[in-house]
Design a protein around this ligand. Structure first.
Ligand SMILES: [Zn+2]
Length: 586
């Protein structure tokens, strides 16, 4: 995190050494730990930390910035395809501006204010008197402290007060939460103290505590003990990717490369998708070592990103660039860039991989959609076998379509106008271009009503092929089938993002092909009522995925300040080129 609020840059020392402790007899490790650390004046090691919730603040700032920039980028009109990172957010922002805002119920006011500096016993007693909630005061306070990342000193004064009241005993829950704070503030020596206490007091710890301890220990020279804790977790469950991340980071931090890679293999072997920061750590470490074996492993990571449709974040992209440029004698040069609508890299001019599926991929996807999405087993029953048969017969009696329209969905796009009027408008605009159209609808659209006028629907049926399904059927599977059946040239119009159908597909490969196909074939319409003009957001011609030609790499990445939905793709790229000519003068 690089962002600091003005005034937070140097976190002021919040209190002085006047804390009075009334400690009980020195019977428990907690007691001695508190006393020892007090004597060592570690109480005052408040480090400069980003303010709590700085990520939240970052996002707020980003929002403000993108909103400001939003107008400019609209004017430029580039990279405004339907699946562009942040586009959904923009769309929802536009919609929410049109609708009356619902005010979130104001939060229940806190009965007591969290202290910002350590309190003495009397002060804690007083605070407890004001506490009027159910449950334990101590548990509530420490939980609130964790949520708001209170300083370690304040939490420690709470623990001291609790210990003083309970003959030096501090409960497990309190200790673990305190540990969280120490780890968050990177107070490693405190972490080790608590670790010792917990080891002495409890034979084994549960996974949550082990997880926090691993986090805290990897920065110390006792980092190998984190690996033992990882083993403890393995006895109970599969460690999380976060556990592996921490241990790998610890190993790299202490130059144990073999350990780091073997943990990585184990992680991938459990079919866990590693955290991007784990992968980034390997690249960061790689710039200092010159070893072909290590380099090959990093290239494998890039292919792993490709195969799993993962995109590095901005700082990871920087790490990748730095690593490539650091390889001695290879002359790599990286540029951050964008890709033109034509699918050419703006930096090197190369054409990126096409979004279009190969004939084999196309057939594979078509078969999968039929089996998994449309028939789809009992729990996903989308239609009756009789209706499916009727639809198949209908499709076979028509020529291949150019555009398949989700009639109900597009008609509802503009709520102020009559549904049949909008549908007729769209259909007639497209029909003028001599396109073979299919309008999919429901039977109720044919019953005249205030939203569906008979004469307009008759016009629609004259201009386009129409299929009206039973009102209880879902139309998306029909839409997918009709489009895929017409061939690769056929596009479809709906506002629906069809995430459910993607999820129905049984394997990751098919899901990837579906998303790729969707990006290349789904049209999003815009109507400019003033100019009475219908336009489409352009569809992508290139595939947004990590790709290489051997002497070049193109790596899409996520910008820190853009919130991308899972069904969107990044618009920023890292272009890496290897200079093939020998350097001048050699
Ligand atoms: Zn390029």
């Amino acid at each position: 995190m690089t962002f600091y609020l003005p005034g937070f840059r140097s976190f002021p020392k919040l209190w002085t050494s006047t804390l009075s402790l009334e400690l009980g007899p020195a019977t428990s490790p907690v007691f001695s730990f508190l006393r020892v650390t007090r004597n060592q004046h570690r109480w005052f090691s408040v480090k400069t930390t980003p303010p709590p919730n700085s990520k939240e603040i970052n996002l707020q700032l980003a929002k403000a910035r993108t909103l400001k920039k939003g107008h400019d980028s609209n004017r430029q009109g580039s990279f405004d395809h339907y699946f562009a990172a942040g586009a959904a957010k923009k769309r929802s922002h536009l919609t929410s501006n049109l609708q009356p805002r619902e005010h979130a119920p104001s939060r229940v006011r806190r009965t007591i204010k969290l202290p910002t500096k350590p309190l003495n016993s009397e002060e804690w007693d007083k605070l407890k008197e004001d506490f009027n909630r159910k449950g334990s005061f101590e548990d509530w306070v420490i939980s609130q402290m964790v949520c708001s990342s209170s300083s370690v000193d304040v939490a420690k004064s709470l623990l001291a007060w609790v210990a003083a009241k309970n003959n030096g005993i501090v409960g497990y829950n309190l200790l673990v939460k305190y540990l969280c704070l120490c780890v968050f503030h990177k107070q490693t020596s405190e972490v080790i103290d608590v670790y010792e206490i917990m080891k002495a007091k409890y034979k084994c710890l549960e996974t949550a505590a082990n997880t926090i301890l691993i986090r805290g220990l990897i920065h110390s020279d006792r980092w190998r003990e984190a690996l033992l804790l990882l083993e403890d977790i393995k006895k109970v469950t599969v460690p999380s990717k976060r556990n592996y991340n921490d241990c790998i980071q610890g190993a790299l931090l202490h130059q144990d490369v073999d350990m780091a890679w073997s943990l990585y293999q184990e992680l991938v072997g459990h079919n866990l998708i590693p955290l991007l920061e784990t992968l980034k750590a390997f690249f960061d470490f790689g710039k200092d070592i010159n070893d072909d074996d290590y380099s090959d492993k990093l290239l494998d990571i890039l292919l792993y990103l490709r195969n799993n449709q993962l995109y590095p974040g901005e700082s990871f992209a920087h790490s990748i660039k730095t690593w490539f440029e650091s390889i001695p004698g290879r002359q790599w040069k990286g540029q951050f860039t964008t890709v033109q609508r034509s699918g050419h890299c703006s930096s090197c001019g190369r054409a990126l991989e096409s979004i279009h599926l190969s004939p084999e991929e196309y057939e594979f996807l078509k078969g999968k959609i039929m089996r998994d999405v449309i028939d789809g087993g009992d729990q996903y029953k989308k239609t009756t076998p009789r209706e499916l048969k009727r639809f198949e017969n209908f499709i076979n009696s028509c020529p291949p379509f150019d555009i398949v329209i989700d009639g109900l969905n597009v008609a509802k796009m503009f709520s102020k106008s009559r549904d049949s009027q909008i549908l007729l408008y769209i259909v007639s605009q497209l029909a003028q271009q001599n396109l073979q159209l299919l309008v999919l609808g429901r039977k109720h659209m044919l019953i005249p009503s205030s939203r569906w006028r008979k004469d307009e629907m008759e016009w629609v049926r004259k201009l386009a092929h129409c299929f009206f399904a039973d009102d209880i059927s879902e139309d998306d599977p029909f839409l997918l089938y009709a489009t895929l059946n017409s061939g690769n040239h056929c596009k479809f119009i709906t506002k629906d993002l069809m995430r459910d159908h993607k999820a129905c597909l049984s394997d990751v490969h098919a899901q990837h092909l579906f998303f790729k196909w969707q990006q290349g074939h789904q049209l999003a319409i815009r109507i400019n009522f003033q100019k009475s003009k219908l336009t489409f957001q352009h569809t992508l011609s290139y595939d947004t995925v990590v790709q290489t030609t051997g002497d070049s790499w193109h790596i899409p990445y996520d910008e820190d300040l853009v919130q991308r939905s899972s069904y969107e793709v990044p618009t920023k790229w890292l272009c890496l080129q290897r200079k093939t000519q020998a350097p001048a003068g050699s």
